[in-house]
Ligand binder design. Sequence first.
Ligand SMILES: Nc1ncnc2c1ncn2[C@@H]1O[C@H](COP(=O)(O)OP(=O)(O)OP(=O)(O)O)[C@@H](O)[C@H]1O
Ligand SMILES: [Mg+2]
Length: 374
Amino acid sequence: MTHDQLVIVLTTAAWSGGVGLGGGVILWLGRRASLRWLMVGVATTAVLAVVAGTVATSRAMFLSSHDLGVISLVAVVAGIVAVLVALAAGSVLARWSRDLRDDARRFGESGSFVSEVSGPVEFTELSEELRRTSERLAESRARELALEQSRRELVSWVSHDLRTPLAGLRAMTEALEDGLADDPARYHAQMRAEVDRMVRMVDDLFELSRIHAGVLRLSPQPVALGDVVSEALAGADSVARARGVRLGGRVDEDVLVSADPAGLSRVVSNLLMNAIRHTPTAGVVEISARAVPDGVELSVTDACGGLSDEDISRVFDVGWQGSSARTPDHAGATGGAGAGLGLAIVKGIVEAHLGRVAVSNHDPGCRFLVTLPG
Ligand SMILES: Nc1ncnc2c1ncn2[C@@H]1O[C@H](COP(=O)(O)OP(=O)(O)OP(=O)(O)O)[C@@H](O)[C@H]1O
Ligand SMILES: [Mg+2]
């Protein structure tokens, strides 16, 4: 580079740099203005920087005054064109951003984000991000709605389930009071049974509310799964006999799991009782437990005749009891229907242990599979 060129570069750099800096400061101060004016500001700064450089070089005698006049004229025309282009580009940008704002506003009102905004990648990214947010919002709204729905159902189901035995109790006490009961001892026994059932139900509700409130206190310790299963089998034996259901169990020796003993036996006995209740006379209920690489697996298989897809998706819902469970016939047939809380409690306890529970059809019935981390 020759000496002259060096001087030109330095002079221009100094002057244009100064103008650029000034323009930058003004743009910064006006950063809250519309995109359109910011674009105009950028274009004007660019043109003024060229003009400043040109004037400076002419002052340093590198340009004749005639050349300066020509260049100035060119700069003025080019500047006007640049500002117009900037104004147009700024308007388009401003319109895109206004459209995006309107879409976002509609998103706020309707809860779903639909946008056709194109434009620079930043805009499409923003729009894509809003679309994803709207999807997540819709999902959580659906979850909330389902939860709300099941809460409402629970209240109506539970009040239904409490009203029936209470009406029975009232009728029986009235009969006893009026001396109309021909067999008071039978009435007493039946009242006792009804009260026991309601106590069980209230206990279940209480347990469930503790699970949902997240205050379920677990004291995990090494538990021999074989012992828990044997205990549950012993506890269910009389019911199984009464219903003519055969119980079978196979637990691998020495399967240990770290779990809350009371919680675990509740899980096993709830599953076992359900299986017995849904297995016809002479059917078989099979319970087995084994160690798997990532913990232990406990399965209860019955002969319920299979569950529909809808049943499978709802069995763990709080209060859900299948379509026919709340009719008096069914309640009688199963020796006093429950309240549809058993499996919700099973799920709550298993998940509090960081485990999983699932149900699948398994000829001639279904299988509940609990997996607990070792
Ligand atoms: N082993 C099973 N085989 C077939 N259906 C089952 C089985 N276990 C549960 N179900 C279905 O799932 C529903 C919910 O079961 P859950 O244990 O939660 O309630 P419940 O047994 O009806 O009452 P609770 O357990 O509160 O006394 C049952 O009413 C039944 O329809
Ligand atoms: Mg149950």
